[in-house]
Design a protein around this ligand. Structure first.
Ligand code: TYM
Length: 343
């Protein structure tokens, strides 16, 4: 009886809050899948999850919005096709949650020009688009911090390229708490395999990307033949010359891809061949190509079905916005109270 009373009076376990976002600036690829979406799907059971399409962020680099709506729908459809359940998570579009913009405004007062100018992605974008160095580009990490902090998220599943942004989000949260009182927990970048991942492009130059290096990037919407062709062209070399050699990064990348798509036995066979200097990369690529085709095909087909079902998409997006706004407005109330803005 006593036990039962104690059990009943203890507060329910709060699930940790998880948040992540994807920009709708092109077709999603294996880097997005491996760095982000695979983690989303695994986290949806145990955490209180918010996943969104970062359409405001896309305006910093893609001011032409003719394709934007289609891209937003595609990102939603591809997330669901990869296994995200809109009933279990809040899957929403950033611009449907105006509370984020208000928090962005407050955080902007706590972000300094010097640190924003030093951000790696900012410097890279300045190099890529010198004709459009807009203020949104400079404050990109502040908007990203607002995305995260609006739900007071603690875990943020992202690829390695987002690590610095996460560090900045923690700084802004800390500064806010220091100045106005404790409102935000410190968010951490997260990956199930402990290390954050970076999927390289198949030609060994840089990472897989939505808009660059398209012939060396495998997209979730790629047809079977395109997948085969890209994998067969992947960079390899004449093979290791001594047993148990360290793999060059472009070979490691092929093994990483094989680990998502092929059976454990297949991976073990090629690992063994590599370690014994008898690996035939042509055979490995043929196997990987077939396994990859079988991995991508159901995602591509399911995503296409969802994308054609505008009614379903509208329902998912509306439901997601409602969940996200409920959480966002609760945080914003605390924020306004902390900064004495609640009249
Ligand atoms: P974005 O749209 O560039 O990428 C979406 C996710 O995919 C990961 N990713 C990769 N991971 C491994 N290897 C790659 N080659 C690769 N390419 C992309 C990214 O790390 C990311 O997790 N700024 C974010 C969007 C964003 C966001 C946020 C993310 C806006 N607000 C708040 C988390 C929290 C971006 O541009 O991701």
């Amino acid at each position: 009886m006593l036990h039962r009373a104690l059990f009943l009076s203890s507060p329910p376990m709060q699930k940790e809050v998880v948040l992540s976002g994807i920009r709708p600036t092109g077709f999603l690829h294996l880097g997005n899948y491996f760095g982000a979406m695979r983690n989303y799907v695994r986290m949806q059971e145990e955490y209180n999850c918010y996943f969104f399409v970062a359409n405001w962020h896309s305006l910093t680099t893609h001011p032409d919005t003719k394709e934007l709506q289609n891209s937003v729908y595609r990102v939603i459809a591809e997330n669901v096709a990869c296994g995200l359940d809109p009933e279990k998570v809040a899957l929403y579009v950033q611009s449907d949650v105006p509370e984020i913009a208000e928090l962005y405004l407050y955080l902007n007062m706590l972000a300094y020009k010097g640190e924003l100018e030093k951000t790696t992605t900012f410097k890279e974008k300045v190099r890529l688009q010198p004709e459009n160095v807009n203020a949104g580009l400079l404050t990109y990490p502040v908007l990203m911090a607002a995305d995260i902090l609006i739900h007071r998220a603690v875990k943020v599943p992202v690829g390695k390229d987002q690590e610095q942004h996460l560090e900045m989000a923690r700084n802004f949260a800390e500064r806010f708490n220091h100045r106005y009182g404790e409102v935000f927990p410190a968010p951490q970048a997260f990956n199930f395999g402990s290390e954050l991942v970076k999927i390289m492009s198949l030609d060994g130059n840089g990472k897989m990307s939505k808009s660059e290096n398209q012939m060396a990037t495998i997209y979730l919407a790629d047809e079977d033949d395109a997948v085969r062709k890209k994998i067969m062209k992947a960079k390899t070399d004449s093979g290791p010359t001594e047993p148990n050699a360290v793999k060059p990064d472009y070979i490691e990348n092929l093994f990483t891809l094989m680990k998502i798509t092929s059976s454990a036995d297949t991976v073990a066979k090629f690992e063994h061949d590599f370690n014994n200097c008898v690996i035939r990369y042509g055979d490995m690529k043929k196997q990987l190509a077939e396994d990859m085709v079988n991995f991508i095909r159901p995602i591509r087909e399911k995503a296409a079905d969802i994308q054609n079902n505008k009614e379903l998409l509208a329902k998912i997006i509306q439901q997601g916005a409602e969940k996200a706004r409920a959480s966002a407005s609760a945080t914003l109330q605390q924020v306004r109270k902390a900064i004495n803005m609640n009249y």
